[in-house]
Design a binder for this molecule. Structure first.
Ligand SMILES: [Zn+2]
Length: 109
């Protein structure tokens, strides 16, 4: 399966399948296509030591998300409230949308 065919986009809700944050659900903050990785809100938090800067005058330890492989997550369906496979639907006007493979609920709005 190639990444281009995996239809996870920014602002999607995904469930983590493996690793330390298994079972966590979060919003996709960023898709790093070239690295096949995603940044997911509050998932794979790492502590970083920072120097004082304009944002953080004291510096110190800041927690932030680290990218995880896209294959570690699955898209969530809002209707099933579960992770789901994605199917594609083509609307009457030719627009392609993503839908839940289980219940048919549209994922793109
Ligand atoms: Zn569904």
């Amino acid at each position: 399966m190639k990444f281009e065919k995996v239809v996870i986009k920014k602002d999607d809700k995904v469930k983590v399948l493996t690793g330390r944050d298994r079972g966590k659900i979060g919003k996709v903050l960023k898709v790093l296509r070239k690295k096949d990785r995603l940044l997911v809100e509050k998932v794979n938090m790492v502590k970083r030591h920072t120097r004082p800067n304009a944002k953080n005058r004291q510096g110190g330890i800041v927690e932030s998300e680290a990218p995880i492989p896209w294959s570690n997550v699955m898209l969530m369906c809002n209707k099933c409230m579960a992770s789901t496979r994605v199917s594609h639907k083509t609307l009457e006007d030719g627009k392609k949308i993503r839908a839940c493979a289980k219940c048919g609920e549209t994922i793109d709005s």
